[in-house]
Write a protein of this length. Sequence first.
Length: 339
Amino acid sequence: MTQVGVNGYGTIGKRVADAVAAQPDMELVGVAKTRPNFEAETAVRKGYPLYAAVPERVDRFAEEGLDIAGEAGDLVAAADVVVDCTPSGVGAENAALYDDHDTPAIFQGGEDAGVAEVSFNARANFDDAVGADSARVVSCNTTGLSRILAPLEEEYGVEKARVTLVRRGGDPGQTGRGPIDDILPDPVTIPSHHGPDVNTVFPDLDIDTLGMKVPATLMHTHSVNLTLESDADADDVRDLFADETRLFQIPAGADIDGAGKLKEFAHDAGRPRGDLWENCIWAESVTVEGRDLYLFQAIHQESDVVPENVDAVRALRGDADAAESRATTEDAMGVGIDY
């Protein structure tokens, strides 16, 4: 059993912790929090050993009636692999701690690519991370793009990618984020950071990305245009996507016309926290004109990277090949929508 520690128990960390705890070949040895808030209480209620991420705040946990198992260094020492789910920039600061304990580490897409040996997507480049000391699971948007690019590249080749990303202003709990009543180019220059991030997984791909930020918290939406290297048919592309367990093609008859209904669908399906681990592609939008492929997809920014983090653990440990790891992860989590 691989002993996994999760440093950071917020939006991503609590989901990764639950996913790790569900795996048949992993054991969650604990989670680290910076302060004794409701998420720390949730961890204790679930029976997850709780560690103080900031040594100077140890007493604050006791004051709130929360028992801790130690400090972050103790968690890292106990883990075979640590998954860093701290806010952007903090992971890079934590890298020295992981190096000091010689503990392989997984970082999130908010960190610069240089924080780890490899930028990771389970479908696109699992093998690149096998046996590495560190990996960076690419951002939610890059994860979503990588999942469609990998099978298309294998089947047709991708000559050029053009993507416009309509991004939520913040996660539901990020009350300080915006915009409140505006639509912002983000950034106003081209490309947005997403194209270069995709190139950390597909270094030879010609890709341009534009970003916009809107006053929403539910999901991101992508308008995708790909020029393929060989001719394709829309039905064949849908069939190709149907074989990808982390892609959900929304049927026309589902009457799901946006992110709001997608989230409602996830709740009705019994998904924890209403999570959608899969890309949600509107099947009707898949259109091919010559070699140009068009589609719309929605990405749940809070959860789509969670299965990738689990697969990254196995990659660093060399415990399974890509297909075996993905299948194990998906079976344990319930990934894949059979509509």
